[in-house]
Design a protein around this ligand. Structure first.
Ligand code: CP
Ligand code: NVA
Length: 306
């Protein structure tokens, strides 16, 4: 059974297929068509962390495609009320698809071992593949030539930047992480990604200005992710030179656009004027979560696990 824990689980052709389905479902929806491809299907959402975009976009896309969604919070007792060997096969024997947002990536990998239905990672401490798919759908819509575009991510080498680096690597796009050494990706990870790509596509630098040079898309994310609240003060101090502000945007490509997975902390990783500017794609990017996940759900349930 196929699951999606990371975009490394998909080939380049499969990611391209998911993005094509996403674009098609977006066009269909805008034209008023909501095909009932998930009729009588139930999608579970097992969430250990808060969410606006991920929860609501998955619930909405399920409704739009004729299925039903079930939000499962703390009360179901994952990891608390009974052993995972009982919990996961039982839960997933009721469901057609399960989205998990978890504190620990390893716990989602363990859930896959016991699952009887496909699982999608709805964010862990390590990766956020659904976000990267929506980001790439947005990039495709806003660049003349995807093969020539450049992406920069300023700030933390976290779940969001990691997944963005993976999808860039898979699709042959140059990606640079601008971050202090302690917040960069492991060197081995960069090497693996570049070996996978067959060329040096994924880079990292301590220099924020050099990182955004020629970038058409400048990304950031919060400096303190969910679960890291105790490190907030240190992170604010360590990452302050990596803020995306008007001056830094002026060092990127002349047509550079700003992206952020949201929620954002204005005045920290990004200034209000950048997030409110005409070059900010944040609302479209968030809307694209709905369309990108439609492509992913349809691919996973109707093609990869058909
Ligand atoms: N970007 C994102 O995943 O948002 P939520 O945490 O609101 O789901
Ligand atoms: N890096 C952030 C992303 C939130 C969507 C976090 O994990 O909290």
């Amino acid at each position: 059974m196929r699951h999606v824990l990371s975009l490394l689980d998909l080939s380049t052709e499969e990611i391209t297929r998911v993005l094509a389905l996403s674009a098609q479902y977006k066009r269909d929806l805008k034209a008023g068509s909501r095909p009932s491809v998930l009729a009588n299907n139930t999608l579970g959402l097992l969430f250990e962390k808060p969410s606006l975009r991920t929860r609501v976009s998955f619930e909405t896309l399920t409704t739009q495609l004729g299925g039903n969604s079930l939000f499962l919070g703390d009360d179901v007792g994952w990891g608390k009320r009974e052993p995972v060997q009982d919990f996961m096969p039982i839960l997933t024997s009721y469901l057609d698809l399960l989205v998990i947002r978890a504190k620990s990536h390893a716990a989602v990998a363990e859930a896959c071992e016991y699952s009887r239905c496909p699982i999608i990672n709805g964010l862990t401490d390590v990766s956020h593949p659904c976000q990267a798919l929506a980001d790439m759908l947005t990039i495709q819509e806003h660049t003349a030539d995807i093969n020539k575009t450049k992406v920069a991510f300023l700030g933390d080498g976290n779940n969001v930047s990691y997944s963005l680096a993976v999808i860039c690597c898979k699709l042959g796009i140059e990606f640079t992480l601008g971050a202090p050494v302690n917040y960069q990706f492991d060197a081995a990870l960069i090497e693996d990604l570049n070996n996978h790509a067959g060329k040096e596509l994924i880079r990292q630098s301590e220099d924020p200005v050099a990182s955004v040079k020629d970038a058409e898309f400048v990304f950031t994310d919060v400096w303190t992710s969910m679960g890291q609240e105790a490190e907030t003060k240190q992170r604010l101090a360590d990452l302050k030179d990596y803020q995306v502000n008007t001056e830094l945007m002026s060092k990127a490509a002349s047509n550079a656009q700003f992206m952020h997975c949201l929620p954002a902390r204005r005045g920290e990783e990004v200034t209000s004027d950048v997030i409110e500017s005409g070059s900010s794609l944040i609302i479209e990017e968030a809307e694209n979560r709905l369309h990108a996940q439609k492509g992913l759900v349809v691919w996973l349930t109707q093609e990869a696990n058909a």
